[in-house]
Every structure is written in structure tokens, then in C-alpha cells.
Design a protein around this ligand. Sequence first.
Ligand SMILES: Nc1ncnc2c1ncn2[C@@H]1O[C@H](COP(=O)(O)OP(=O)(O)OP(=O)(O)O)[C@@H](O)[C@H]1O
Length: 243
Amino acid sequence: MSTGRSILTVDRLTKRFGGLVAVNDLSFEVREHEVMGLIGPNGSGKTTTMNLISGAFAPTSGTIHLEGRRLSGLGAHEVTRAGVSRTFQLVRVLPGLSLIDNVIAGAAFGHKRRWGGPAKEQAVRLLQRVGLGAQIGLPVSALTYIDQKRLELARALAGEPEVLLLDEWLAGLNPTELQEGIALISDLRREGRTIILVEHVMDAIRSLCDRCVVMNSGAKIAEGTPQAVLSDPEVIRAYLGDE
Ligand SMILES: Nc1ncnc2c1ncn2[C@@H]1O[C@H](COP(=O)(O)OP(=O)(O)OP(=O)(O)O)[C@@H](O)[C@H]1O
């Protein structure tokens, strides 16, 4: 549960791609230990916002701070080091490395760095934690899609981030895997992680998020509990269109 203390602050963030304003004067705060859902229809600017927070893109204007430290302007590696780890909408694992080395890479480049024995022990623990205990010896190429997602999550956790960004981590899972995935994120929530979740699966949003920020055409159109925002007429209109 959230302590109410703000840990990540996004202030008047704007990102233009040529004439297109993908993120438009967006402000919100993420509180310690909360799961914040960043939701909205396709193309509303959610992934661009994640890319701005994680340092993949520099903002056109506006700032992002993590515990008072300015992140905007830092590169992706520096943002990871500062304490923000992410998973990607399209999974990015390192196919040439073993599962353990994939996770160790997350520790080596993460917020709290580890090497050698301690990094390996942590990697094994995290692989078990995300449900890959039985697959530890397999090559990455032998993993199913959900298992690659699990691996990516273990890698993101290995750096012990202050804030974890999950970009549609539940997308593309079958119904059984979806329930497993929700349970896994629910565990992370219970242990007090601070998470920003970009998600389209409404069941997941309802069961996992303490609060949601809703975007449409790059701008914030609502903010509040999942129950409140999902019954907001403007949000419903944004999802369903003017029809
Ligand atoms: N690198 C880029 N160059 C140009 N335009 C981009 C780029 N990335 C995103 N956009 C545009 O910015 C807008 C917001 O896209 P974004 O991917 O952030 O939306 P989204 O809410 O994550 O959508 P989805 O739910 O479909 O993933 C879209 O119009 C998209 O085409």
C-alpha cells in the first residue's frame, strides 16, 4: 500500500515528433509502494511516456524527477542506474546468453549493482520467483513467449529498482497465463514495489492498480481509482469514440 510519499514526479511533460504531439503537457506523481496504471486508447501516448521516463527519448519540454533527482536529460543507462527499470512492449531478452546471465546483466547495469557469486545467487532466486525455476538450464531460444516475459521481469527486478515500468507486460498471454501474470504482479505489489503499469487488460487494471492516469491524444483526461476513472464519461468516450 502506498505511503502517500511521492517518489516519481512528471511535470508538464511534452514530446513532439515533428508536427505530432505524442505527449502533451502531462503531469502526474507516483507514490511509494503504489501500482499506478497508465491507461488510454491506442496511440494516446502511453508508451512514449514510458520511453521518456526510462530515458529512451528526451522530452521536448517538461521534467521528470525520481526522489528529487532530475531524470529528464539522462540517458537510458543512467536512468536505470538511478533506479528505474523497465520491461518492453515487445520483449527484449539477450538470446546469446543463458537465463542466469540475462538476469545477471540486469544486476550489473541496475540500480544496486551486484557481481559474481551474489549476482548469480540473486539471479537463481529471481528466476524461481518469476516461475522459471524449472527452465534455468534451457537456452533463451527454447523459452515460450510468456517465459521470455518472465525472464525480462526477472532482469528488471535484478537491479532492485525504486520504480518498475511494465509496458503491456500482460499482452499476448492466454487466459491461464494471464491469471498467472496478474498473480505475479500482485505479489510484487504486496511486497511494496512501486510500479507504473501500461495495460489494456481491464481485469488487470481493476485488480492491480491503486490509481490510474488516463491519457487521450497525449494529454491526461482523468486520474483516480480504477473504479472512478473507468466510470468517467470522458474516459468511456475516449475508449469507445464519439459514437
Ligand atoms: N518514434 C516515433 N516517431 C514518430 N511518432 C511516434 C513515435 N513513437 C510514437 N509515435 C506516435 O506518437 C503517438 C503516441 O504513440 P504511443 O505509442 O505512445 O501510444 P500508446 O498509447 O502507447 O499506444 P498503444 O496502446 O497502441 O501502444 C502515436 O500517434 C504514435 O504514432
